[in-house]
Design a protein around this ligand. Sequence first.
Ligand code: FBP
Length: 547
Amino acid sequence: MEISALQKERANYQPKLPIALQGAVKVKEGALTQSVDNQEDIKKLFPNTYGMPLVEFEPATEFNNAKMNVGVILSGGQAPGGHNVISGLFDEIKKLNPENRLFGFLMGPGGLVDHKYLEITAENLQAYRNTGGFDMIGSGRTKLEKEEQFEKGLEIIRKLDIKAIVIIGGDDSNTNACVLAEYYAAKKYGVQVIGCPKTIDGDLKNDQIETSFGFDTATKTYSELIGNIERDCNSARKYWHFIKLMGRSASHIALECALQTQPNICLISEEVEAKDMSLNAIVEDIAKTVAYRANQGNNFGVVLIPEGLIEFIPSIGRLIQELNDLLAAHGDEYLNLDKVAQREYILAHLSSENKSTFETLPEGVARQLSLDRDPHGNVQVSLIETEKLISEMVGVKLEQWKKEGKYNGKFSPLHHFFGYEGRCAAPSNFDADYCYALGSSAAQLIANGKTGYMAIVKNTIAGTDKWLAGGVPITMMMNMEKRNGEMKPVIRKALVELNGAPFKAFVAQREKWAKETCYVYPGPIQYWGASSVCDITTKTLFLEQNK
Ligand code: FBP
């Protein structure tokens, strides 16, 4: 495989570890835990993995030389740093005992079920150290939830003499990791399951998880691109750029990018929902800013739109809920119909309120909302062209105002969608170190007999030597939610908090950003050079943790 000069140099970067993981390690157990909500239900569903204590690692004098083979799975969307979790895991299990072996299951959880794997060795890992992407073993979205999948997985686990599986994934994948841990524990198979918090979306966080890996690099990459667009926009002064940003339901990515680049407008889905805003109200607000700037002679601007926005507009959210239930209950019957018949089928089955919302949406958007869900029951928001929908509606409103003599500017919109551009970027120093430490922690949780835990690293706005590593029981983060029409135990998603410091910092400045041109151009991620540039965390993490 030919590699770039950057990749070659970057392979030599030695990620930094928290002090507790630098030598021999021991476990300090903390308080027993409870789930965030629905305690009785969760306890009943997870009798073997519920209520376990928090775990923190401490330096020790004696080495544990646990003999253990480990299997690792990358699950869901790519996030920068996945290869470093694997490197941290590999190095730590080899440190424990050089005979330990690591197997990577291929193309996500499906690799465990289908017995497709690769042994990870020092040689084949070298080219992937500190690189982005999940291409070393691939990723996938197969949902691990059925007993027959667990039993099929067990066959290969036994064959390779694997003691534990590490699942690197987002909230849904870690929920499944916990279900698998509980199943193997209930059957007394002696197989441990450990999770790792991955997702660029930044929505897998809580009191114990400060941030999910990949968020840092992905938002820095998008901010570089947004900054470049802002600079172009401020040079040509003739376009309005509508930029949709990945992030699924949560607006963390959009908010972080706004804090880094100071665009004219950034929509936050969680605020739209809290203020019960209609699509028309959102459009009118944007049109007012366009008109204000036009009056100042500024027929240009930048608007950031989180990809999940549409789900948070209350009337559309209600429609999506009903569509989710409808598709879950009538999936096969519906999928066999052609496009026109599918629309008629939906109109015939929706309640009258949701039917009228469905009918008011442009046909393309209505169709995108009724497409098949992903394996976890989520609407595939990355496929919905919200940026075009909104800019078109803004254009219509401005035309109307023009006719009424209220506006006399020029409105030339351009559209962008940033998502895939950042998910495989070379990890920033933060993500490279954080992921390596998560991999190391996962190995230590296994060596110390834990199952149903997620590896964690805390105190991340301090220097790496002050980072604290350990584990949190996955059940602690769970509550009951409706999925595919049924109540299920799931990890609670962290949405943008409207009383949180990042959102407040944004609100304090957004009016100025709308009226004036205050763009900031962050430039590309730096790997070598001044620490003030190379080692900065995200503004979100800094504002949230700097209490
Ligand atoms: P995860 O939740 O699996 O980390 O994926 C995040 C994400 O990048 C979302 O931001 C986006 O909506 C989705 O994946 C896109 O899915 P796909 O990779 O299947 O196109």
